[in-house]
Write a protein that binds this ligand. Sequence first.
Ligand code: FES
Length: 166
Amino acid sequence: MSLSGLRRPVCLIPKFALCIGRSLTVPICAKRRNVPKIMSVQKFSASVPKPKKETVSLCFKLTDGSEHTATAKVGDNLLDIIIDNDIDVDGFGACEGTLACSTCHLIFKPDQYEQIHEKPTDEELDMLDLAFGLSDTSRLGCQVIVTKEMDGWEIEVPSGVADARG
Ligand code: FES
């Protein structure tokens, strides 16, 4: 068998295709011949992966004397921390954080109360007025965001809940 009988491989991209930077320009006549599309260059990020959310340890003290230590992610609110850690407080968080019930009432130590980053809004204060066992250092758990400074805090959960929705 002679080599002349073999078919030469066919170059699908004409010689006059232009390479400009990363893009390849193929003339229209080449596109009509089912020339495979040349995929664009995928860009990959070389950035550093996001760090995991930091966590702190909180202790919730119930009026029956029990203490519940919870792992809390910085940035979450205290209502979510109590729910996520299965701390059983009857009726707690009834409105699911929509600032409509005051059942997520928590009491802080005075020095810790001052360290909470966000001060209570007028809406929170209005709802707190309806909370059971209100104190000068009361906050609604759904409105308090966990910060690094809270690590080791002991937070009191009042003995009863008052659902402002009636
Ligand atoms: S859960 Fe209802 S006000 Fe916080």
